[in-house]
Design a protein around this ligand. Structure first.
Ligand SMILES: Nc1ncnc2c1ncn2[C@@H]1O[C@H](COP(=O)(O)OP(=O)(O)OP(=O)(O)O)[C@@H](O)[C@H]1O
Length: 381
């Protein structure tokens, strides 16, 4: 069969990776872009314009979009992606974790998209060779968006930097000296949230592993968002005042501006309304207070979506799971579980996805995705 002839002469349609990235519905994205753009706040618009101008002029640039949870980072990623894809150009959207990548349009994990080695060190590069389909896709991309960047080791960004310089300078040697080979790269996230995990690492080791300790950081332009849009979009919530107080308090904890530090140990006073003051068995009372009437409600997806118990270590999770209360519930189908492996990202099955067990077989567990779950935290609800 003769190959179809396309007008856009530059596009390499024999490259499946490029073809997949060009398969977006441009008309629908143009409409979406218009709507998102209209809704951007002034500070969001300033960020959008700055990044788009680097993309449009092809001048490249390394940016970090810094904003606490709910300031609209994901909203900006959506606007940027729609702007670029509606013109038939390519934007690669990645996130450090599978669950965060589900929130990005066309999102993938950074490790899978850029073939970042699992055991990474100072000299690592991504496993991408010059001239391969993946290299050509990356060369062609107008923008790389990398969300939840603070939780990744700086070596991951450095590996991508070295690789981009390599594959881009293959065609244009002058780019070898520029960060990320002159590509426009935007990282996003909040340093108050999760930082890289360094087993048995000290505070210094962790700080030293973050992207702002990288050789790349001095070249990074910091963009900031400061307004909590999640509170705005929940304006009719009857608990708005409570939400606002909680949001302010948690920000202060993150900024280290409340509490006291004695011998390097920080102590923060937890407000009384967040505490469970009366209990005999602490774990049972946390379970009872978060999951009241669990047995009656355990088949109600909304009830399960709206609550979770977070624990700082796996040992703690183990002891909560061992508690009589949850254990007796395990005999019932309907128990909520969380996947710990990236199984099939396109189906939303990745590390962190929550599901409800619907059937327990001898070899097979059947379960239904609790859609809107951790993701629900970010949805408009
Ligand atoms: N300009 C806007 N107009 C209307 N709604 C907005 C706007 N910006 C953000 N939102 C809404 O506010 C909520 C929070 O925004 P978003 O999820 O983009 O924040 P985020 O910074 O990515 O948060 P997180 O760090 O928790 O991922 C979402 O429901 C989003 O749709």
């Amino acid at each position: 069969m003769p190959l179809p002839v396309y007008n856009e002469d530059e596009v390499d349609y024999s490259n499946r990776l490029i073809r997949d990235e060009m398969r977006y519905n441009k008309g629908a994205l143009t409409d979406e872009h218009q709507e998102l753009l209209q809704n951007l706040t002034d500070e969001q618009k300033a960020v959008y314009k700055k990044i788009m101008s680097a993309v449009i002029t092809n001048s490249g640039g390394f940016f970090f979009l810094y904003g606490f949870g709910g300031t609209g980072k994901t909203f900006i990623w959506r606007t940027l992606s729609a702007a670029i894809r509606s013109k038939g150009d390519i934007v690669l959207t990645v996130a450090s974790s599978g669950i965060a990548s589900l929130l990005l349009p066309g999102g993938r994990t950074s490790h899978s998209r850029f073939v970042i080695p699992l055991n990474i060190n100072e000299d690592s590069t991504c496993n991408i060779k010059q001239g391969t389909p993946l290299a050509n896709l990356i060369v062609k991309a107008k923008l790389i968006i990398w969300d939840e960047a603070p939780m990744m080791h700086k070596y991951c960004f450095e590996a991508l930097d070295k690789t981009l310089r390599d594959i881009i300078s293959y065609k244009d040697a002058s780019k070898a000296e520029l960060p990320f080979g002159g590509k426009t790269v935007v990282l996003g996230g909040d340093f108050r949230q999760i930082l890289p995990v360094i087993p048995k690492g000290t505070r210094q080791d962790i700080v030293n592993a973050t992207v702002n300790s990288s050789y790349l950081w001095p070249q990074c332009q910091l963009l900031t968002l400061t307004k909590n849009m999640r509170l705005q979009s929940n304006a009719n919530d009857t608990h708005l005042e409570e939400l606002r107080d909680f949001s302010n308090w948690i920000l202060k904890v993150g900024d280290g501006s409340i509490g006291s530090s004695i011998d390097g140990i920080d102590k923060v006073l937890i407000p009384n309304d967040l505490l469970i003051n009366e209990y005999t068995d602490p774990i049972a009372s946390i379970v009872e207070s978060i999951y009241p009437d669990f047995i009656t409600n355990c088949n109600d997806p909304e009830y399960l979506q709206q609550r979770a118990i977070l624990a700082p270590t796996l040992d703690m999770v183990e002891s909560i799971n061992q508690s009589d209360h949850t254990y007796s519930a395990l005999e019932h189908v309907g128990v909520p579980v969380m996947l710990l492996r990236n199984i099939d990202q396109s189906a939303g099955l990745c590390n962190g996805t929550r599901l409800i067990v619907t059937k327990l077989g001898n070899q097979v567990i059947e379960a239904k995705v609790l859609s809107g779950q951790m993701v629900g935290r970010k949805s408009d609800k």
